[in-house]
Every structure is written in C-alpha cells, then in structure tokens.
Design a protein around this ligand. Structure first.
Ligand SMILES: [Zn+2]
Ligand SMILES: [Zn+2]
Length: 72
C-alpha cells in the first residue's frame, strides 16, 4: 500500500515490444486491444496516420497482425 506510484513507474520502464524486443515505455508503445501484446508504435500502428487516428480516439489500437486477419 505504501508506494503505488513507484510500482507504476517501474512497469513502465520494463516493457518491451513483442515483435522487435526493443525496450519501450508507454510514451512510445501501446497494447493491442485484441491480442494484448505490447508493441512499439511502428509495430502496433504501422503508419503515422493510423497512430494519429488512434491517438485521437477514433479507433482502437489493433496491431498490424490482427488487422491483417492472421488469427492463429
Ligand atoms: Zn517493435
Ligand atoms: Zn494484435
């Protein structure tokens, strides 16, 4: 109960993109609404335009793979 703030920041720093394995934080990454993977912006959105649409809350963040219809 003591420092919830600290825990939040820590999980922030330890995230990595599940495609390219580069370390990411929540300012340059997001989670796919469908497969729940955490991905960097290029792997999550694919294009700057798409990212803009998601940022404006006009669409949910769905990763490239899910949008391509690759559902195992
Ligand atoms: Zn990536
Ligand atoms: Zn996905």
């Amino acid at each position: 109960m003591s420092q919830p703030f600290r825990i939040f920041r820590r999980s922030d720093l330890l995230t990595e993109c599940e495609e390219c394995r580069l370390p990411v934080n929540l300012s340059n990454a997001g989670a796919c609404m469908r497969c729940r993977r955490v991905l960097c912006h290029p792997h999550l959105h694919g294009s700057f335009v798409r990212r803009l649409i998601v940022d404006l809350a006009l669409a949910q963040p769905i990763c490239l793979r899910c949008r391509d219809g690759v559902n195992a």
